[in-house]
Design a protein around this ligand. Sequence first.
Ligand code: DO4
Ligand code: MG
Length: 276
Amino acid sequence: MRLFQLPGSVLVESETRWFRLQGETWDSVINRADLSGWVTGQSADATLIDGTPDLASLLPPIGSQEIWAAGVTYYRSRTARMEEAKLAGGGDFYDRVYDAARPELFFKATPHRVRGHRQPVRIRKDSKWNVPEPELALVVSSRGEIVGYTIGNDMSSRDIEGENPLYLPQAKVYDGSCGLGPCVLISSAPLPSETEVRLAIRRGGQSAFEGSTTLSSMKREPKELVEYLFRDNSFPHGCVLLTGTGIVPPDAFTLASGDEIAITIEPIGTLMNTVA
Ligand code: DO4
Ligand code: MG
């Protein structure tokens, strides 16, 4: 089952049926106990929507949740960061966090910085080297349970982060720096390790970069990341946690205005954003 957010309503796609959750907000839905059982129960009395609903006004799958992210959870990310930070003397930190018990977790966005499916993401005006980071995103309830999955794009300024690791918040957090969507796949079970994450970037109608990885290359378990995030932190509305990237384009690549970014994680769908 997948949840979609439209202005003023939450829609459910279950097998071939679509229905609206009456009198619910995004925050109330994702914090329901036994979300998948509850949504299944709602389908019994729901008024079905004829055919496929119009998703032109689709919103990002976010209400009042904070968005956090994990880093250096894939070997590819560790290597790329070590390269970009080595002149600044910061390369070693990435190697150490990759092997450490405690993961890297950082604050990524508030809801107003998030862009949904087909909404434009942004590059910082003071940055010259930028990439999208395609990541599995966990939707976590206020009780710390993973209730579903969405797709995240952790837009990142590599020159700012590479200049000094202490600039990480500026490289990661700015208006339009986080893509999320198109929907939430409701599942309390982990996604299979062979699940693919694919990134395709098109420029001027042609492929500019393609890459893929699978969740089996992730060094840490989603549950472990959530457990660290919830240590001494409460999330009254739940939160979204991006799990890190395993795909980094070659160093010569930087995003440009007009680029189309498509991130696909099959059971969830495809998140598409154009760079503003
Ligand atoms: O350490 C910097 C950020 C890492 C990150 O965002 C990632 O690995 O996805
Ligand atoms: Mg990232």
